[in-house]
Write a protein that binds this ligand. Structure first.
Ligand SMILES: NC(=O)c1ccc[n+]([C@@H]2O[C@H](COP(=O)([O-])OP(=O)(O)OC[C@H]3O[C@@H](n4cnc5c(N)ncnc54)[C@H](OP(=O)(O)O)[C@@H]3O)[C@@H](O)[C@H]2O)c1
Length: 303
């Protein structure tokens, strides 16, 4: 009998890639807002309960970090209460639960990489809601993988890569923040590694010892300005026409670019736990950017 995998939010960046990659692993039943509004938790419970899943993968989240500062009720419903309901369903169906969390659960100080057991200390509503989602799963579920990732982008969706490619065509100069450090991580990498980890836990008898929180991000780190520089270098190498002048990319500090939500300055995520426990080696953010640019070009042409 084939495994039944419920995938929430196959329209998001990570959800879209998961939908591609999980197909080889079982029968994927996608659940999106076309089926049920995820803010209606009772409806979500009933809908998924009827499917009777073996695995639940939650790629849904309230990800508009600045809007979250004022849209607090919806943020906590999606990022804290939905994971709690999914954890309850995972117990009812003895299902594995895969969930995604964020570098924003950490306080962002210092200059060393965070390890999963470090004390959290979110700086904004989104980070607090993601942390409370993680805690809800940890307190209820018994078979779960929580992957904390950072700076997610893809060849589709709303993300920094696509914003830079658009702005680079429209403007001859741009200023980008240079004092937040992290690892840009493509949704495709997140989906690939999540699927590998899931394959491992499903195949093991004593898999419950794998339950826990893991960092899942590209290797290395950069800041948004250097990430943007690399994007434009890669674009020029591939012959993309840009309005942005050479030398038109400027650096500014976070204080010069105020946003409703405060951002952590240090989002470095230590990868030792996922690498040692699952035997994976995470690739560098530079190699991943190159691959994602190729994918974007294949889909959009070299206009
Ligand atoms: N993006 C980042 O930089 C980042 C960084 C660290 C961690 N993460 C975490 O990584 C995970 C995946 O993020 P992502 O970037 O893939 O997110 P995303 O592209 O913003 O996708 C969010 C998904 O949630 C769905 N959704 C939101 N509200 C909904 C509602 N009321 N009813 C039904 N569906 C709803 C969206 O559906 P629609 O398409 O219909 O709106 C979309 O499919 C999340 O847990 C996020 O917190 C993201």
């Amino acid at each position: 009998m084939s495994r039944k995998i419920v995938l929430l939010a196959s329209t998001g960046q990570v959800g879209f890639e998961l939908n591609r990659q999980l197909q080889s692993f079982g029968e994927v039943v996608t659940v999106t807002r076309e089926n049920v509004n995820f803010l209606d938790l009772e409806a979500v419970y009933q809908y998924i309960n009827k499917i009777s899943p073996d695995i639940i993968v939650n790629a849904a989240a309230y990800t508009a970090v600045d809007k979250a500062e004022s849209d607090i009720a919806s943020t906590f419903t999606l990022n804290r209460d939905l994971p709690r309901v999914l954890a309850e369903l995972s117990i009812v169906h003895d299902a594995w639960l895969v969930h995604y969390s964020s570098d924003y659960v950490y306080p962002g100080n210092g200059d060393t990489s965070w390890i999963e057991s470090d004390a959290p200390g979110p700086l904004n509503v989104y980070g607090q809601s993601k942390l409370e989602g993680d805690l809800a799963i940890e307190s209820i579920a018994s078979k779960y993988l929580i992957f904390r990732t950072s700076w997610v982008y893809a060849a589709r969706g709303n993300n920094f890569l696509l914003s830079m490619l658009r702005l680079g065509k429209e403007r001859d100069s741009l200023n980008i923040v240079n004092d937040q450090i992290g690892a840009p991580t493509p949704a495709s990498l997140i989906a690939t590694v999540s699927t590998l980890c899931l394959q491992k836990v499903i195949s093991l008898d004593s898999a419950q010892s794998f339950s826990g929180v893991y960092h899942l991000a590209s290797r290395g780190h950069t800041n948004w300005y250097d990430f943007a520089s690399k994007i434009f270098d890669e674009a020029r190498i591939r012959g993309l026409s840009l309005a942005l002048k050479k030398g038109g990319l400027g650096q500014i500090s976070s204080t010069e670019y105020p946003t409703p939500a405060k951002r952590p300055q240090n989002s470095r995520l230590n990868l030792d736990k996922i690498e040692s426990k699952f035997g994976v080696i995470m690739p560098t953010w530079e190699s991943q950017l190159s691959l994602t640019m190729e994918e974007w070009l294949d889909a959009n042409g070299s206009v």
